[in-house]
Design a protein around this ligand. Sequence first.
Ligand code: DX5
Ligand code: ZN
Length: 218
Amino acid sequence: MAIQISPSILSADFSRLAEQAEAVAGSADWLHVDVMDNHFVPNLTLGLPVVESLLKAVSIPLDCHLMIEDPDRWAPAYAEAGAQSVTVHAEAARAPVRTLREIRAQGARAGLALNPATALDAYADLVGEVDMLLLMTVEPGFGGQRFLDLVLPKIRAARELIARSGGSVWLQVDGGVSQETVERAAAAGADVFVAGSAVYGADDPAAAVDALRAQAEK
Ligand code: DX5
Ligand code: ZN
């Protein structure tokens, strides 16, 4: 299982997004773009126009994490714009099967995200509809929160579910991923790691990506 690192631009300088994206383009696999609407989560970030501009300006693929209400309406447009991965929240999607299929139909990878308190069981049947499962390891909305160890059993359960389904679905964790926590998330079975403050809070973001990868591969 190849380890992938997806730095979150939530912790970057929003006045220099393209530059901050390029700072990790040589070392990271993805750029994680946190779309927040101030309704699904109590924070507001950016939306489709900014993603469209980033797609033109940066060389790294975009991993768009939609923390918004009504993702059924908006998610396909991100895929259509050219985002290489689009993830919707299970708690917000009213027609997740249709939405995931629409994302894939536009040629993007489709992701389904679960908040820390959302049980995996209710969504197990959707494993064949997704390219990635995202397990939140903090309550979504803000960077710089502490990694929730209570999610570790769900990471293990998701890894087992993915193995039973043929093993091609990626398992992403997002929230509180650092040099200290990445190892236990990896040991539990995660293979794609989002890191905001651990990357953009570092003096050398590219070196921070390399360090996280090395720690996850241990
Ligand atoms: C939180 C976002 C995360 C956030 C992670 O709701 O989904 O992607 O940027 O930030 P850190 O790595 O600082 O916890
Ligand atoms: Zn995120």
